[in-house]
Design a protein around this ligand. Structure first.
Ligand code: HEC
Length: 152
């Protein structure tokens, strides 16, 4: 009788030990998941404060095209999102990224080089003329936010 009792106590202790290990593994897995999801949410996601501009007629047409085609990644007012950089940013001042950079970006896409977002896919649903209007919109917004041509 006594022996059996001891055996039962031993079995119970072993069961508790197994349970503790399982609990630790579960806790570790949840913690790892929380940390991972946080880091993917936080990278890269640069957004800037943009002051809206009084737009010309061409600028307004460009704004509508931008919102339909580019805003998903470059954000409202081209202020940036988790998927693409702000274009109202000194990097994209006309001296560093000429209008040609916009035509090329829409026609061919962009290989990631300035930012950690990944590549930009080509946006061939907009014509060259439409990209010209988008550029007008971006330049007018840039100017209203103090981003002017600098030579490099
Ligand atoms: C699916 C997301 C996505 C869409 C849609 C998108 N872009 Fe981009 N774009 C990016 C990313 C990401 C980069 C940054 C690449 C880098 O330099 O690392 C970028 C970069 C650019 C650049 C810089 C090019 C260079 O030479 O460095 C321009 C200009 C640009 N985009 C314009 C546009 C325009 C105009 C549209 C709409 C017609 C548009 N993008 C739509 C994601 C997007």
């Amino acid at each position: 009788m006594k022996k059996r009792g001891r055996l039962r106590a031993m079995k119970q202790r072993r069961r508790m030990a197994v349970l503790a290990v399982v609990a630790w593994i579960a806790f570790g897995a949840v913690a790892a998941l929380v940390i991972l999801s946080r880091t993917t949410e936080e990278t890269p996601g640069v957004t800037v404060q943009v002051t809206p501009a009084a737009l010309s007629e061409a600028g307004e047409a460009g704004e509508a095209l931008f919102e339909a085609t580019c805003m998903e990644c470059h954000g409202p007012n081209a202020a940036g999102t988790n998927l693409g950089p702000p274009l109202i940013h000194d990097i994209y001042n006309p001296g560093h990224h000429s209008d040609q950079a916009f035509y090329l970006a829409a026609a061919n896409g962009v290989r990631a080089h300035h930012w950690p977002y990944g590549d930009m896919p080509a946006q061939t649903q907009v014509s060259r003329e439409e990209v010209g209007l988008i550029v007008r919109y971006i330049r007018e917004l840039q100017e209203a936010n103090g981003i002017v041509a600098k030579s490099y």
